[in-house]
Design a protein around this ligand. Sequence first.
Ligand SMILES: *Cc1c(COP(=O)(O)O)cnc(C)c1O
Length: 481
Amino acid sequence: MAEIPAHGLGRAQLFERLEAYRARDLDWRDGRAFAYTYDPGEEAEAVAKEAYVRFLGENALDPTVFPSLLQLENEIVGMAARHLGGGPETVGSFTSGGTESILMAVLAARDAARRERPDITRPNMVLPETCHAAHYKAAHYFDLEIVQVPVDPATCRVSAAAMDAAITDQTILLAASAPSYAYGVIDPIEAIGAVAARRGIRFHVDACMGGFLLPYFKRLGRDVPPFDLSVPGVTSISMDFHKYAFAPKGASVVLHRDASLRADQWYACSNWAGYTVVNQTAQSTRGGGPLAGCWAVLQHLGDEGYLNISRIILDATARLAAGIAAIDGLTLAAPSDFCLFSFRCEGVDLFHVIDEMRLRDWYIQPQLGFGSCPAAIHLSVGPGNAAGVPAFLADLREAVAAAAELPDASLPSEIHEQLAAIDPRALDRDQFLRLLAMAGVDGVALPERMAGINHLLDAAPVALREAVLIAFLNELYRPPA
Ligand SMILES: *Cc1c(COP(=O)(O)O)cnc(C)c1O
């Protein structure tokens, strides 16, 4: 059992342990990872770290006590609004991440509909199947239904006509991506905005991934269609600073076209014995670190710094995409509008390719098949990846060749049938362990090769995938014995 030590450890001793704990972590600063981490480079990281630590103990819960945090937040939101086509009426909130930003946009839309549209009893939101899972989480938390619109399999982009046709008399919100996490594709925001405006429905643009760099890509001559608050019909937009603005984690923003649209995001409670709670996000106590770290990175890199980073990223992305497309059997999933893209493998098992790359110390991300989109390999490209492009491509060639020699890890069709017959709500521990065994996994210790488990998940209906992964993590998150 873990326990609080009777006598406090000395600095040296506890830091030694802390460092030992991360021995098996992904080394995200070495440029060999293509997901989860966004490396601003040594100098910007040091600046962010110092700012973060200086505001470690401050609390944004009460702006009258820490006016510095109010000022930081207003300045960050102001910079974001200016960056994303907002006007003088635009307001927003600094949040802990893209998920919280999206939760807040959805909550504001739901509660506004509750006030203004009593005829709506089963509110829904209409979104393309490529929209981020955070929208589903919002629907789950706030009791909304989702109307999912298929995308064109060739472009992985939704059409405004399909969105329009999916709207019902219960629709309170439309959402689309700029760009989607899965394919880097920007949905037709102007055309969907026109639908939203005509129908009088709110429209949230999820620009968590792309909102920050797309304006720079445009300045560098890339073809970037209008996607932000400058587009009529767009009522809110989310953008993560802790992705491609390279801020320390815990930094995102949700912007509303004007304060009336944010009104229902506010929550106040005076109905108890303590201080009155007034929050605009899901959090109440909010550390000053993420605000100060984010502000510091924006100030330190500046417009010029981001433009330079954008040049590096665009160049690396183009070299990667061309190099991948030139490897026999590999094809890009869809033309991407951003510095992330996905590719597929023909004649070779893509999950084996991922494992072979992992053995060569590269992290590339598996994307399970879904709807009209078969399984793919995802790459989000950052400045730290640029120098390693030739080595990556050489290793990828080798990995594809090695994967082709491996035994088939895909599941026979009778297993697909068995999977389809399982009731995910009734998945018990034995059944869960049998499923893992089927995928060649013994207990919950992760195997070196993940192809077996990835095939199992890919073959399983989505509700079973979710149940299996929850069961898995539910085992993983246990206090040490
Ligand atoms: C990352 C991401 C989110 C969720 O953001 P978190 O910061 O992980 O909560 C939402 N939408 C898109 C498009 C994203 O890329």
